[in-house]
Design a protein around this ligand. Structure first.
Ligand SMILES: *Cc1c(COP(=O)(O)O)cnc(C)c1O
Ligand code: SF4
Length: 450
């Protein structure tokens, strides 16, 4: 892509996608799925993803097509047929009811996202903040709750409603700064979404500027979680305020902060276009660091070679591999999920094939209620095959990096399906034996909730 002829950002949704030339290349049954499934899961793509990232000769198996376009098997087969028939019948009321039901069965708020990590200041809930691990505050700016395109695996879809509003931004930013002033233990602020870089630079500035004040010197690290690096690299190269964004990054760095862009790269295809590489170079030239993270997903990147290329290419361009996550329990999970044992094999194979410079990556990691749990191996210890696990992050800080073991289960896909190994009654962080052979988060919560 040529930087001298900037492309304007143009999103497409379920209703407008029929207008793009590529629509002609999508077979009828896949088009139907876009319409039917797109009524349940939000669908958004853009011109760049369509033109540069999807290989149309390879659909439907092309990984970016899978990542971005709704597919029939993302829904339960019965739900799919019911919705399709309702759509055909034109019964809008019944359709809305059905959509609501299907959505609520898809666990839109996993791991206590909404209820467990919301902090208070002087008895009032502080909006847009989650404070789960002592050093790190997550901040969801209300103006950054959408993305340049949507990932079909995403667990944040219930919140894709945000409107950009400078007023909101100022008020939110005040709440954040007030909260941080009272929490000197916080060293890291992680600005996330949606995608905060959906915001104009001027809006983003309203959020970042207060963090640079001398009163918040304890905030050393500012991270911005973004998928723009993959879905819209023009944000850093050719958008009207791309240069302003880079200048803003420079100011944050000059103020003495470590600024990290947490780049959500799901597949190496996102790093192949020249503009994506250029974006990375331009961001790094500001003094910001780019780290790479992604869940491991069936149909998208369940291939060690994909990770090999992603990390190798990333490091070559100056990015730092950071996390490989296990997809969490929400949305079209059954479509994307992999057994933990398989995720671990993919990680180990990829890790074993790359330079030590790429081995800054950790994973596969599950963001579960008590913390981030790393699958560290599947050894056989005294005749029993087990999962070796440890916390990379925990609500209760002294749990981290203490190895513990769960019974090996080749089918397990999430932490709550694991039981302690060696006939033990509970995991070391639980104060009571798990109920009915399952690790009981109720019990563990009593211990770890602060
Ligand atoms: C992952 C995560 C963080 C950041 O953890 P790091 O290990 O510092 O990257 C912070 N808060 C929550 C809720 C998280 O899931
Ligand atoms: S870019 Fe991130 S927040 Fe946006 S849809 Fe994808 S995973 Fe979800």
């Amino acid at each position: 892509m040529d930087n001298s002829s900037p492309v304007k950002y143009k999103p497409y949704n379920r209703s407008s996608i029929q207008r793009v030339p590529q629509w002609e290349r999508i077979p009828q049954d896949l088009r139907e799925a876009v319409d039917v499934v797109g009524h349940v899961l939000p669908f958004r793509t853009n011109q760049y993803v369509l033109d540069e990232l999807i290989d149309w000769d390879r659909i439907p198996d092309d990984p970016i097509f899978r990542l971005n376009f709704p597919h029939r098997t993302m829904l339960d087969p019965d739900d799919y047929l019911t919705l399709r028939d309702l759509l055909r019948s034109g019964d809008k009321q019944q359709l809305a009811k059905q959509i609501y039901q299907v959505r609520s069965r898809m666990n839109p708020h996993p791991a206590g996202q909404l209820t467990h990590n919301v902090p208070e200041l002087d008895g009032e809930v502080v909006p847009g903040i989650q404070h789960k691990y002592a050093q790190t505050v997550l901040f969801f700016p209300s103006a950054g709750q959408t993305c340049h395109a949507y990932c079909t695996f995403c667990f944040r879809w219930p919140q894709f409603v945000g409107e950009e509003d400078l007023h909101f931004a100022a008020r939110d930013a005040e709440g954040l700064a007030a909260y941080l002033k009272r929490h000197p233990e916080v060293t890291d602020v992680l600005i996330t979404g949606g995608d905060p870089l959906i915001m104009r630079t001027a809006t983003l500035e309203r959020y970042l500027e207060p963090l640079l004040s001398p009163e918040l010197a304890h905030v050393q690290n500012i991270r911005i979680g973004t998928k723009a690096v993959g879905y819209w690299p023009q944000r850093f190269v050719s958008d009207v305020d791309a240069d302003d964004l880079l200048r803003l990054f420079e100011r944050v760095v000059a103020a003495g902060k470590h600024l990290a862009l947490m780049g959500h790269y799901n597949h190496p295809a996102e790093l192949r276009p020249a503009i994506a590489q250029n974006a990375l170079r331009r961001v790094i030239a500001t003094g910001a660091v780019v780290r790479m993270q992604s869940p491991v997903l069936r149909h998208i990147n369940d291939d060690p070679m994909a990770w090999h290329e992603l990390w190798t290419q990333g490091v070559k361009l100056g990015a730092i591999p950071y996390y490989m996550f296990v997809e969490r329990d929400t949305g079209a999970r059954s479509y994307f999920e992999l057994p933990l044992a398989e995720a671990y094999d993919i990680f180990r194979t990829a890790y074993g094939s790359v330079s030590g410079l790429s081995r800054t990556v950790r994973g596969p990691s599950m963001s579960a209620m008590p913390g981030k749990v790393l699958i560290d191996g599947t050894p056989t210890i005294r005749g029993e095959k087990v999962f070796a696990l440890q916390f990379l992050q925990a609500r209760q800080g002294d749990l981290v990096r203490r190895p513990f073991y769960a019974k090996f289960d080749p089918a397990a896909t999430w932490f709550d399906q694991l039981v302690p190994a060696f006939g033990e009654r509970s995991f070391f962080f639980e104060d009571e034996p798990p109920a009915a052979g399952r690790s009981a988060f109720g019990a563990s919560l009593a211990l770890v909730e602060v």
